[in-house]
Ligand binder design. Structure first.
Ligand code: ZN
Length: 122
C-alpha cells in the first residue's frame, strides 16, 4: 500500500514543507481550516496513535517541540493554537499515518463534541 505521507517524507510527492529534520517533516495542510494549518509527521510510518509504542515516546515529544517552534515561527504562539492528533474513524483521522495538526492564526472554534446530540454532559 502506498502511503501518501510516507511519499511526502521521501519527497516522491510534493508538499509545502516548512520544517524537516532526520526523523520529522512538517508541511502545510492542502485543505487548511485556519490561517496556520500545518501537519507534523514522523518520517517513520506509524498508522495511528493506537499503534504507537513506548519506544516512540521521544519521537512524539519531538513532534510537539516542532509544533511549538513552528507556532512561534508562524506567528501564532502568542495568540494561541491547537495541537491535535485525530485517531480512527470517530476521531476523524483521514490518512493512516500519524500527523499532529498545528492549527492557529485566528480565534478557533471549540467544537469537539460528539455528533450524537442525545449525548449529555454528566
Ligand atoms: Zn506512511
Amino acid at each position: 500500500m502506498e502511503c501518501i505521507f510516507c511519499n511526502i517524507a521521501k519527497k516522491k510527492v510534493d508538499a509545502a514543507i516548512v520544517y524537516e529534520d532526520k526523523d520529522i517533516i512538517a508541511f502545510k495542510d492542502i485543505h487548511p481550516l485556519a490561517p496556520v494549518h500545518i501537519l507534523i509527521i514522523p518520517k517513520k510510518h506509524i498508522a495511528s496513535i493506537n499503534d504507537v509504542e513506548e519506544s516512540d515516546a521521544g519521537l512524539l515529544g519531538n513532534m510537539i517541540i516542532v509544533g511549538k517552534k513552528l507556532a512561534k515561527d508562524l506567528g501564532t504562539a502568542d495568540g494561541g493554537y491547537k495541537l491535535l492528533f485525530r485517531t480512527g474513524k470517530h476521531g476523524g483521522q483521514e490518512v493512516g499515518h500519524i500527523h499532529l495538526h498545528l492549527i492557529g492564526g485566528a480565534a478557533l472554534h471549540e467544537e469537539i463534541r460528539p455528533l450524537n446530540v442525545e449525548w449529555e454532559r454528566k
